[in-house]
Design a protein around this ligand. Structure first.
Ligand SMILES: C[S@@+](CC[C@H](N)C(=O)[O-])C[C@H]1O[C@@H](n2cnc3c(N)ncnc32)[C@H](O)[C@@H]1O
Length: 307
């Protein structure tokens, strides 16, 4: 099937690998505008059902409109995927046939300057997926110590010039807009050595910190595993290596026997896998998709099946 510019990332691979079935129960933990959810509901018709979660109120409103035609087959809730257990309990679902997590920010969020995710257009330094909760990126950069800021940029942005950037930010603050921050970072790192904008890593790091993204992924993976029926599949799309590493390790830990240490008594005898790797290597976007949607270049899809 041809990829259209409005399709969510890795749309067809997600559907091919989740294999939605008529009458199945599915969870989309990161509903966004509901593109993947639309595909899952269509493929699992006429009786498949979907629970869709997102923390962003604007995304929820759009997804409700888009999925309205599926009636009560689509159950849409504004909540974090970290509350998956609880959400399933509330609607009385014990186990499900498939779970999708398409992590990170949506194109809608990146393209709305007022959400503060993008260094391409000026807007308030916000970056919260749920802009009614928690501290914004401005509150974070304007109050954190230089040392903690440098550590955060290094850890979440894998930024080699973290110390220099942290010093420039703490000297120039208070900062209020994305363009102020982007220009400051560009100036402090000097001549760019890569093709990406010099503020890319700083923005990534702040977004991860503001939304506790890594903690969230860590919290949801065991819940997703527990919620799957045997034969049910989880599909996770990540956009940066920190997230992808967590997903990869989780799947490997539950699908591959622990390495045997010859100095210890054999303990792996009773080990049994909980998951089967469906994608030993992550699925990535093809050339056509990358051309239409450059953001898909960094997407990695991993899929595993409950044993
Ligand atoms: C890449 S987009 C998903 C796009 C979606 N697959 C589609 O087809 O349009 C990621 C979404 O996850 C949401 N999100 C981020 N953290 C979340 C969390 N902890 N719980 C629920 N949703 C979250 C964001 O608000 C954003 O709308």
């Amino acid at each position: 099937m041809a990829t259209s510019p409005h399709q969510p990332v890795l749309y067809q691979p997600v559907l091919d690998l989740l294999e939605p079935l008529d009458g199945g129960r599915y969870v989309d933990g990161t509903l966004g505008a509901g593109g993947h959810a639309h595909g899952i509901l269509t493929a699992s018709g006429p009786n498949g059902r979907l629970l869709g979660l997102d923390v962003d109120g604007e995304a929820i409103a759009l997804a409700k409109e888009r999925l309205d035609k599926f009636g009560d087959r689509a159950n849409i809730v504004q909540a974090s995927y970290t509350t998956l257990d609880q959400q399933l309990y509330v609607i009385g679902w014990d186990q499900v046939d498939g779970i999708l997590l398409d992590l990170g920010a949506s194109s809608m969020q990146f393209d709305s300057p007022e959400r503060g995710f993008s260094f391409m257009q000026s807007g308030p330094l916000d970056m919260r997926f749920d802009n009614s909760l928690g501290q914004s990126a401005a509150e974070l950069v304007n109050n954190v110590t230089e040392e903690d800021l440098a550590a955060l940029l290094r850890e979440y942005g894998e930024e080699r010039k973290a110390r220099r950037i942290a010093r420039a930010i703490t000297k120039a603050r208070p900062l209020q807009t994305t363009s102020e921050l982007a220009e400051l970072v560009a100036k402090s790192v000097g001549r760019p050595q890569e093709r990406i904008h010099p503020a890319t890593r700083t923005f990534q790091a702040l977004r991860i910190a503001v939304n506790t993204e890594l903690e969230n992924v860590k919290a949801v993976l065991p819940q997703a595993l527990a919620a799957l029926k045997p034969g049910g599949r989880m599909a996770v799309i990540s956009f940066h290596s920190l997230e992808d590493r967590m997903v990869k390790r989780f799947i490997q830990q539950h699908s591959r026997p622990p390495a045997v240490n010859p100095d210890l008594p054999p303990s792996s005898e009773h080990w049994e896998p909980n998951l089967k790797e469906i994608t030993r290597k992550p699925v990535t976007a093809d050339e056509e998709e990358v051309q239409l949607n450059p953001r898909s270049r960094s997407a990695k899809l991993r899929v595993a099946e409950k044993v």
